[in-house]
Design a protein around this ligand. Structure first.
Ligand SMILES: *[C@@H]1O[C@H](CO)[C@@H](O)[C@H](O)[C@H]1NC(C)=O
Ligand SMILES: *[C@@H]1O[C@H](CO)[C@@H](O)[C@H](O)[C@H]1NC(C)=O
Length: 192
């Protein structure tokens, strides 16, 4: 019986250490992100926020993919080196936690953005983001100009009616004055 129990303990220990090892393997790289689907307008900025955890210094790569193209935006090791593709060099900002900011967006920036994290042992993990870049809608501008025109018309009407009111008031006042003067003369003359 004692023999069996000893074996049981050893089995459990082996099982535990294997489980721990597997967990460690699966958990060496983790990429967390609060939001993976983003929408922006042309000329705006976007920030792909991630938090990469990894044993050792990770190798991080951002790749852009759309129906037409697939290209590397940049590769870097936080605090070691950063290699940004020439087309993006003026628009990209890299953070130590793996995040990437892209400024002055264009319509062609719509697509998938994939971050690939590779650790020193060579294992890697990916996470994808979707970015939609919208045009500043023409209808919006049209709506704005129509509203501005309507407001201008309203202001014009108000000014016109105020001018008319003022003119009417003056006319009536002048007419009353003219009508009152002879009457006053008459009442003043009467007692004499
Ligand atoms: C990563 O770092 C940037 C800049 O330090 C920060 O703004 C962002 O919130 C971080 N992202 C996460 C998911 O922690
Ligand atoms: C940077 O990128 C260029 C072009 O992709 C490549 O030739 C070069 O070896 C890279 N440098 C580093 C340090 O990775």
């Amino acid at each position: 019986m004692r023999h069996f129990k000893l074996w049981d303990v050893q089995d459990v220990a082996v099982f535990l250490s294997i489980t721990l090892y597997m967990c460690q393997l699966a958990g060496t790289i983790s990429i967390h992100s609060p939001q993976r689907s983003l929408s922006r307008s042309v000329q705006e900025d976007v920030f792909f926020s991630v938090d990469v955890t990894c044993s050792g210094v990770p190798d991080i790569q951002w790749t852009f993919m759309s129906a037409a193209v697939s290209r590397t935006i940049g590769t870097w090791q936080p605090g070691v080196y950063a290699n940004i593709t020439t087309d993006y060099s003026s628009r990209v900002q890299l953070c130590n936690n793996g995040s990437m900011g892209l400024s002055n967006l264009r319509l062609q920036d719509s697509g998938y953005y994939v971050i690939t994290v590779t650790d020193a042992a060579g294992s890697s993990k990916e996470l994808g983001f979707v970015l939609k870049v919208n045009e500043v809608l023409y209808e919006d501008l049209q709506y704005l100009s129509v509203s501005a025109l309507a407001l201008a018309c309203l202001a014009g009407l108000l000014m016109l009616s105020m001018w008319l009111l003022d003119k009417t008031y003056r006319t009536i006042a002048a007419w009353r004055r003219r009508k009152q003067v002879p009457e006053a003369d008459a009442t003043e003359l009467q007692p004499l």
